[in-house]
Design a protein around this ligand. Sequence first.
Ligand SMILES: C[S@@+](CC[C@H](N)C(=O)[O-])C[C@H]1O[C@@H](n2cnc3c(N)ncnc32)[C@H](O)[C@@H]1O
Length: 446
Amino acid sequence: MVTRRRRPPSDPAREVAYLLLRAVDAQAAFANLALPRLLAERGLTGRDAAFATELGYGTLRALGTLDAVLARCVDRPLPDVEAGVRDLLRLGGYQLLHTRVPTHAAVASTVDLAHAVGHGRAAGFVNAVLRRVADKSADEWTAELTAGLRPLDALAVRTRHPRWIAAAFAAALGGDLTETERALRADDARPITHLAAWPGRSTRAELCAAVPGAEPGPYSPYAVRLAAGGDPAAVPAIRERRAGVQDEGSQLCALALAAAPLAGRDEHWLDLCAGPGGKAALLAGLAAERGAQLTANELRAHRARLVRDVTAGWDVPVRTGDARSFPPRPDGYDRVLLDVPCTGLGALRRRPEARWRRQADDVADLVALQRELLDAALRLARPGGVVAYVTCSPHPAETVDVVAGQSLLDARTALPELPDLGPGPTVQLWPHRHGTDAMFLALLQT
Ligand SMILES: C[S@@+](CC[C@H](N)C(=O)[O-])C[C@H]1O[C@@H](n2cnc3c(N)ncnc32)[C@H](O)[C@@H]1O
């Protein structure tokens, strides 16, 4: 008779972390959307939710480096290990190397989890592999993985990033590896939520009063930074669409376009890649205050709908379509925002899985699109108008290289409150310098 091992008492936090890894791997889920769903389904709150988050997000951030360790502890190529079992090993490996969970608890709880999630037959394998991982400390593994590597390659391993991302950050920071290390480590910090008070609809004072611990952002006159764990849903102005959740760096890019010096008419503003509408809402409020008209455009219908939702009541025409075929105004637009689709390397702290999901090969196609979109934006602006080219990425191929050879205004003058902006004329914001996403801004004169 076959006796089945009884399902051990479940450990809900570890099980949620495991299910998150599976959703990211098997369904290409976004961790920041999948985790809240899983926590709600399992009814996890408080310390259990925090532990599930630490395990799930931490494992996703360290994934490539954990896999390099596991590859040295498994007797076959790691990709040949069944996907669910591989995720168990990653979760156990993360606990062993990067948390205070004692070795025996990390191994035993992962073996229990293997039984609980239907991988009981692999329990012995999981146990053996994790014991091999536990033979060395995190520092010893790092020393082993970085032995003989060049400084940048070693830095990538130490900070648990793919090499191409470490190289892009280093290039954006002028090759300064000490600062590059700070920039890469900032991707592991849990970002706090920023809100934007939309001009004419809410104020910072109102937003700050609605959540304990909220404070005005240091740079944008519309920004509020919530305390760690602060819940934007608790803010009535957010629920009533009078304010939005928006990184302060994104706000600054929209504000810089509105503040850029402009000779002559200042009535027609255009946001060419507007979905989901964070910058459009801010610009719509500013345009209304200044007697200008904002027009918005977005390729994807569902994102265009979101733009319509957030700009409702401001009389913003929203077109759904490709910006490259946006119909020109005979006399051109005065101010154009071009917030291009990009690798998103500037917001890795918000997307735990993104650093390993994005591939270096993605860059070339995006850059080709960014260049075409910039051509379109420059055609749509009037002579003497201004275009703000914005990315949420510090990758030089997507930033300074795209705008090279254009007539650039000094974007720093449109952001007078900001420290550490470098030599200009373009601006690169950084989480480790400014507490914002790593937004890039160039202001182009047409
Ligand atoms: C970085 S996001 C813009 C974020 C937005 N400005 C905000 O602040 O909420 C880039 C947007 O460009 C859109 N997009 C991609 N290709 C496009 C194209 N060819 N024409 C217009 N929009 C495009 C994407 O769907 C995406 O919504």
